[in-house]
Design a protein around this ligand. Sequence first.
Ligand code: ADP
Ligand code: NI
Length: 216
Amino acid sequence: MDDFANVISDAGIFARSIFASDSSGHDFNHTMRVANISRLIQAEEGGDLVVISLAAWLHDVDDPKLFATADMANARGFMKRKAVPDIVADAVCHVISQVSFKAGDTVVPDTLEGKIVQDADRLDAIGAIGIARAFAYGGSRGNAIYDPLEKPLAGMDEEEYRHHKGCTINHFHEKLLLLKDMMNTPTARILAEKRDSFMRTFLSEFLSEWNYGQGQ
Ligand code: ADP
Ligand code: NI
């Protein structure tokens, strides 16, 4: 096997090739930000940097919303080609399997590495970038920006969350505003505070513009 630094750098190149044409907010730049934020959190919180870095680069390459792979074939195939030892590849796949938000079925990862990558993925779903990604994703699914008659849903399970086609403003209440209090690590919790408060300002401006002039 090449040394781990080369494998990590190749994982970035592999992710770039996988996401070359995506515009639903799961693009390569999202993956790059998750890799960067994961590294920053690891510097504060510890954890195995190789597992964290590989999991961050590979965390969306088998996302069922985007690819019809089974058993993480893209991530596993890449690591096999690079002769990553099974024990490391298994740890990476374990982290990836616990990262995703699944409404009421979301799991708290049982490893520090998983907690860090999940926090990094979630930090990229909130704040200014999170707002942009939510509207890009909603647009790609044909969802309305906002519908005041439609109320946000609470208590969805994974299946309901995946098939739900609500307006994008509701997605803030169904997921994005919940993430700050779901951060696993103290470092991520601090970063999340600022991003969360920016989203709340955005939502209040949005609603005041929406209602501007009403009743006059
Ligand atoms: P994860 O990355 O944890 O698997 P998702 O796939 O649910 O989570 O979300 C990925 C990105 O797409 C996030 O930025 C998220 O906010 C956005 N997204 C997911 N579902 C919706 C939706 N119904 N409306 C708008 N944005 C969404
Ligand atoms: Ni992601």
